[in-house]
Design a protein around this ligand. Structure first.
Ligand code: GLU
Length: 551
């Protein structure tokens, strides 16, 4: 009876019982095997690539099983909250093709029958359950100050004991309801703690969907369930929300694994069925010889905005993350080059159990493979969309030369081995600048020459070639004509003959082509030269030769 008075004194405005919510949020009616997952970020405003990684796993597991993927906002730490962060999260995920079936739809709106989906709006629910636990003697107010707790910690550490608020060290756990009521009446500050029924000598066996079979001692920590601001801790909110919202599969970062004993106990104490858990590896990066967490401060690639700014197509990032999630994705992609990634089935038990390594070079490879398969028109659209925001000069140039740009993006595309020039839209300018007079100037660009050929010799070649050059020819004739110039200038057209007596020649016909390439592009390495010359058009080619001869 006294516990009841205590509970009602602590929560005078709560008038519901747990049963009310349990019947308000009935079991979901889903087909057998359907998984309910959630993405549950704190609205701090920073979109970390790890968030996309988590949400992708959640979305795949839910969608593959025809289940539900919902967005819950964990904003019980209100100091960290940033305005607009919820919409930003939704928009970011949408860009990556990750759309929620249920949950928050905006800063103040949601869809679904299990809401509200924002923890700060669920205060009454948490308090209802906390009040019930107090009534049953399973939770209690704790009046210890932070100094008291610090002293306790120091004592435990010096005595080599497990630190924490538990057993005999949990001073307030044994206060009688009368004493507690008296202290509350005197205006003392308090928080609510669980009266843990655990005994660390017992072990709990558990099967994690990623980590496999694990076991750990029962928790005996009297963890905080309601903080002094009246809001729940992560632990308490997790148990109540995931139970009432019908989450079947809690997929979250492995940093939560060590709290699992607490969570399992909370589900038991609250009388809820435990969900399945999958603790996913943290995204790491190789730094020198050692691995470390991708850091918001040190690694620009930790921010989702980085991929936008650099112009990685979102689908490249998703395919790269799928590689990290299941390394079998790479082979699947090779075997199914044109399938939609949604057809690849993600398995939690095939995830790496230790750190997932994030490697920007590998991302570039994946992205080149993605972009090389896109049609030139699509590349054009993607590119101008990116350039509009991040490179106004290129946006103007490219949109003023739409047809030509589509031809450029189509170079060597249709064949069985399309070129892999671009990993991201920020690479495009450097690869195509030479087509545009406004970007082609020798003072700003380092000129590359064929090996063993200097400016004087290159000029000699261009002078001769400019006279012989014919625009209106097919590729074979064009090459034959180039060969004639080469021979005139003392270059070999036969590799064997050249190899045998290199001293008899200036070089090979490929060096002559190389000089033409240099004069037209200032580069040593470009797509097919004949195609470039056709796209540039006769006038531009001739102007380039003239310009080169004046260098
Ligand atoms: N809000 C928690 C976080 O951002 C979510 C963890 C979970 O998914 O349960 O880490």
């Amino acid at each position: 009876m006294n516990y009841e008075i205590l509970a009602n004194t602590i929560f005078p405005n709560i008038d519901k019982e747990p049963e009310y919510y349990i019947s308000k949020y009935p079991k979901r009616n889903l087909k057998e095997g359907a998984k309910v997952t959630r993405y549950a970020p704190s609205p701090t405003g920073f979109q970390h690539i790890g968030g996309v990684f988590s949400a992708l796993i959640d979305e795949r597991i839910a969608t593959q099983s025809e289940g539900v993927f919902y967005l819950r906002i964990e904003d019980t730490d209100q100091k960290r909250e940033v305005a607009g962060a919820i919409e930003d999260t939704i928009n970011t995920m949408h860009k990556f093709g990750l759309d929620f079936t249920e949950g928050m739809t905006g800063d103040n709106t949601y869809k679904g029958e299990y809401g509200p989906y924002r923890q700060s709006e669920r205060e009454e629910i948490y308090k209802t359950f906390a009040r019930d636990l107090i009534k049953k003697g399973l939770a209690y107010p704790c009046f210890c100050t932070s100094e008291d707790l610090e002293q306790l910690r120091e004592k435990q550490i010096s005595e080599k004991l497990t630190p924490g608020y538990y057993g005999e060290y949990a001073i307030c756990r044994n206060l009688s309801p009368e004493e507690a009521l008296k202290r509350i009446g005197e205006g003392e500050k308090y928080i609510i703690r669980l009266k843990s029924p655990g005994n660390p000598e017992n072990r709990v066996e558990f099967h994690d969907l990623v980590k496999g079979d694990i076991s750990f001692p029962e928790s005996n920590q009297d963890i905080v369930i309601i903080k002094s601001d009246g809001l729940p801790t992560y632990h308490f909110a997790h148990a109540i929300d995931d139970a009432l919202m019908g989450t079947t599969t809690v997929i979250r970062g492995e940093e939560w694994l060590s709290s699992l004993p607490i969570h399992i106990q909370l589900f038991d104490v609250l009388g809820f069925d435990r969900p399945e858990y999958a603790h996913t590896p943290t995204i790491m990066k190789l730094d020198g010889d050692s691995k470390r967490k991708l850091s918001k401060r040190k690694d620009p690639e930790s921010a989702v905005s980085y991929y936008d700014e650099e112009g990685y197509p979102m689908i490249s990032v998703i395919e790269y993350l799928l590689n990290i999630i299941n390394s079998t994705f790479e082979q699947w992609r090779e075997e199914n080059p044109s399938s939609d990634y949604h057809e690849f089935r993600v398995y939690l038990d095939k995830m790496s159990k230790s750190g997932a390594l994030f490697d920007i070079v590998k991302l570039s490879d994946v992205s080149k493979n993605v972009i090389c398969k896109l049609k030139a028109d699509v590349v054009y659209d993607y590119y101008i969309n990116w350039a509009k925001n991040y490179d106004k000069e290129m946006y103007d140039i490219v949109t003023n030369n739409e047809l030509m740009c589509k031809e450029i993006f189509n170079i060597d595309k249709e064949g069985p081995k399309p070129r892999k020039d671009f990993a991201k839209w920020n690479d495009v300018k450097e690869k195509i600048f030479f087509f545009f007079d406004e970007l082609f100037n020798s003072t700003s660009e380092e000129i590359e020459f064929p090996k063993n050929i200097d400016l004087a010799e290159a000029k000699r070649v261009i002078e001769a070639y400019a006279k012989a050059y014919n625009f209106n020819t097919d590729k074979d004739t064009w090459f034959e004509e180039l060969k004639v110039v080469a021979v005139e200038l003392g270059y070999a057209t036969d590799r064997k003959a050249f190899k045998k007596n290199p001293e008899n020649y200036k070089g090979m016909v490929s060096d002559v082509a190389g000089c033409v390439r240099t004069a037209l592009t200032y580069r040593n390495n470009t797509p097919d030269l004949y195609t470039i010359m056709q796209i540039m058009g006769e006038e531009r080619v001739r102007n380039r030769f003239a310009k080169f001869l004046k260098l």
